[in-house]
Structure formats: C-alpha cells, structure tokens
Design a protein around this ligand. Structure first.
Ligand code: PLP
Length: 376
C-alpha cells in the first residue's frame, strides 16, 4: 500500500521521533505530580522546569516569562481575558482574519460589555494595514490591547511584529500576538521584539498536542482566568502536562537546530507546487512569495471538477484542507474577508517530512483527477 501524503501541516504535524523519545520517560517513569513534595514530585518538576528554561533560552526570554497552558487556544484566552480582567484593558484592536481562538474570545468579551472592539483594515494581499492600526490607536480611548497573529493559518501572510510592536508602544498600547503558526518555524527573539504576550502550541512544529505556552513579559501583572491551584505562579491553575512540556521543549530545540535546512527544503517544495499550479492556471491567496514557507493557499475556479477536490485528493491518499481544521465544514471566515469566497480554496501545508515526490504525486493527481476535463 502506498503511504498517504500529508499536506495538512498547518492543522497539525506528526510528532518527531526524537520528541516522542524525550517524552516517554515522563509518561512511563516520572509520573509524580510536579507540585508534590516527594522524590516523584521533584522528578516531574525537574522535567517541567528544565523544559521552561530550554524554551526561554530558544525564544530569548526569561524562564519566568513562560506560562504553560493546555494548547494555543487556551494561551490566547488567557492573554485576552486575563488582560481585560487584570490589566485594565477597555479596548481591543484585532483583525477579522484571526483564528477563532482569538476572534470568538474578543467577541465574547465585547458582547459582555467588557471591551470595545475595533478591527484593523487589511491590505489587498490579506496582510494587516499598519497605517490603519496607527489611526485606530490615535483614536482609541482608555487602555488598549492589540491582538494580531504573526502568521495567518490559512494564507500564511505574515505580520511585521517589530513594526506593529513599535506602533503599539508609541501609543501606549499592549501587543499580544498569536504565534501558533510561527514558533518553531521562524526564529523569534523576544529580547528584540516589542511584544507583551505571545501564544504558541506544541503540535504545530512536531511536538505533542495538548501543550501550549503564553509568554508574558516580566512586570505585566497578568492574572489567570482558571481558578484552582497555584501552578504556573498562580497564572494558570491545574497540574502541568509534564510530558507535554518536555515534548514542547524538545520539538522547539529540534526545529531551531535544523531551521536553515528545513526552511530551504520547505521553500523548494512550495515553489515547485506554486510553479506547477500556476502552469495549470491556478491563482493564490495572499502573496505566495512573501508568506510563511509552510503554507500555500490555492484558488481553484468553482466548477464540477473542483467542487469535490478535497474528497478527490483524500480518495487518492492526499490530505489537504479547505482552511482551519477547527472550523471544518463551516466555510472560511478568512477567505470571506479577503474576497476569495467565489473560488474553491485549498490550503496545502508542508513539513520537513514531505518530499518532492509528494508534491509531484499531488500535481499528477490534480492533472488526472481534477483538471482532466477542462483546463482552468
Ligand atoms: N491560533 C492559530 C493561528 C492556529 O492555527 C491554531 C490552530 O489551528 C490555534 C490558534 C489553536 O491552537 P490549538 O490547536 O493548540 O488550540
């Protein structure tokens, strides 16, 4: 049987064998509660704290600035709800193309009357219009939090965090960035970035599911939103996912060790697919040459052949997606906002485990199963 071709790495990635190896002792042998006063507790605590230190050193921040959460969604909730509850935030500026972990959270806060919500304008390529951010901040009243994702999970379009952060600082606003699609894919140096909080998630870069982080800049008196024990310095109650923290740290370590080789490999895969699809007459969402190397968002014309494209690909052993997996079947709010609603949009997302043969097989399947009747 031919192995399947997995091109849905923005939804989740396969765990790296090295990560699984590092986690196994913490699943099997070191089962103590990291808050317990016992040898078993100390062993587990060692796993959590060495992971925290390792992650902090890779992101160039202090270990105390890393809070472990259960996932990226929770990290975003903690940043946004925590900021409103404990930092006096009364206005949030975000974009309409954020992940639902941000969008539904800010909408909930606004519906409860806790904040005023403003959406920043987008440029034609789907990136954030930073001059509009500047205008919104000039007009904002009260303490403001800006929440903008580092890379969009559907188009891969990137935000210049340095510039966005400088604008926020100039106007006294806080900046949170959902970096779920970029941690482990792009180098992030928090000592050089004017951001206050960033969110990350282990399963997007060959780590395990069920572990996330929120970086909270030292001195920001963020309080938690889950009540319970005093874990994570009282900011995130609940027993830590010990093996998850170890997996996150090992995955980040691995990703950054081989970032140059992986980046080059991903670029080659993406460019090959882009060139072949352009020859077939396809267009792309966002600026495919400027976007995140792991994502290529393709516009197929709507017709009988393309209507069931994901099904046809799946039947032929290829996994891709129509957008965010968390919202599968509901249509994409991102495609709606960037004006791609009239196309069949498919996101192909790559990882270091994909080969050029995967891309060539995909192109063959598209040519023989989707474009066999009519050219675009
Ligand atoms: N933010 C972005 C940009 C994402 O792509 C995702 C996952 O798809 C999330 C947040 C949610 O992360 P998690 O699955 O860890 O809750």
């Amino acid at each position: 049987m031919n192995p399947r071709i997995y091109l849905d790495n923005a939804a989740t990635t396969r765990i790296a064998p090295e990560v699984l190896e590092a986690m196994l002792p913490y699943l099997r042998d070191y089962y103590g509660n990291p808050s317990a006063f016992s040898e078993e507790g100390r062993q587990a605590r060692y796993g959590v704290e060495t992971s925290r230190k390792s992650i902090a050193s890779k992101l160039n921040c202090k270990p105390g600035e890393i809070i472990f959460t259960s996932c990226g969604t929770e990290a975003n909730n903690l940043a946004l709800r925590g900021a409103v509850r404990s930092l006096g935030i009364r206005e949030i500026i975000t974009s309409r193309i954020e992940h639902h972990a941000v969008l539904n959270t800010v909408r909930d806060l606004a519906q409860n009357g806790e904040v005023k919500l403003n959406y920043v304008a987008l440029l034609p390529d789907g990136s954030v219009d930073l001059s509009d951010l500047q205008h919104l901040l000039v007009a904002s009243k009260g303490k403001t939090l800006v929440s903008l994702m580092h890379a969009n999970n559907e188009t891969g379009m990137l935000l210049d965090l340095k510039e966005a952060g400088a604008i926020c600082k100039k106007h006294g606003a806080l900046l949170h960035s959902d970096c779920v699609q970029t941690i482990g894919h792009l180098p992030i140096d928090l000592s050089a970035l004017p951001v206050d909080m960033i969110s990350g998630s282990g399963h997007k870069f060959h780590g395990p599911k069920g572990i996330g982080i929120l970086f909270v800049r030292e001195g920001l008196p963020l309080r938690g939103v889950i009540t319970g024990g005093s874990q994570e310095r009282g900011i995130r109650a609940g027993t830590e996912n010990v093996a998850g923290t170890v997996g996150f740290a090992r995955a980040l370590d691995l990703a950054l060790q081989q970032i140059e080789a992986d980046t080059e490999h991903l670029h080659m895969l993406k460019q090959t697919l882009k060139t072949r699809l352009a020859e077939l007459g396809c267009a792309f969402n966002g600026d495919a040459d400027q976007s995140l190397g792991t994502v290529l968002s393709v516009r197929f014309p709507k017709n009988n052949e393309t209507e069931n494209i994901l099904f046809e690909l799946d039947r032929n052993g290829i996994s891709a997606s129509g957008g965010s997996a968390c919202n599968a079947g509901k249509g994409s709010h991102v495609m709606e906002v960037i004006g791609a609603r009239d196309y069949v949009n498919v996101r192909f997302s790559f990882s270091r485990y994909n080969s050029i043969e995967d891309i060539l097989k995909l192109v063959t399947v598209l040519e023989t199963r989707v474009f066999c009747y009519s050219k675009v």
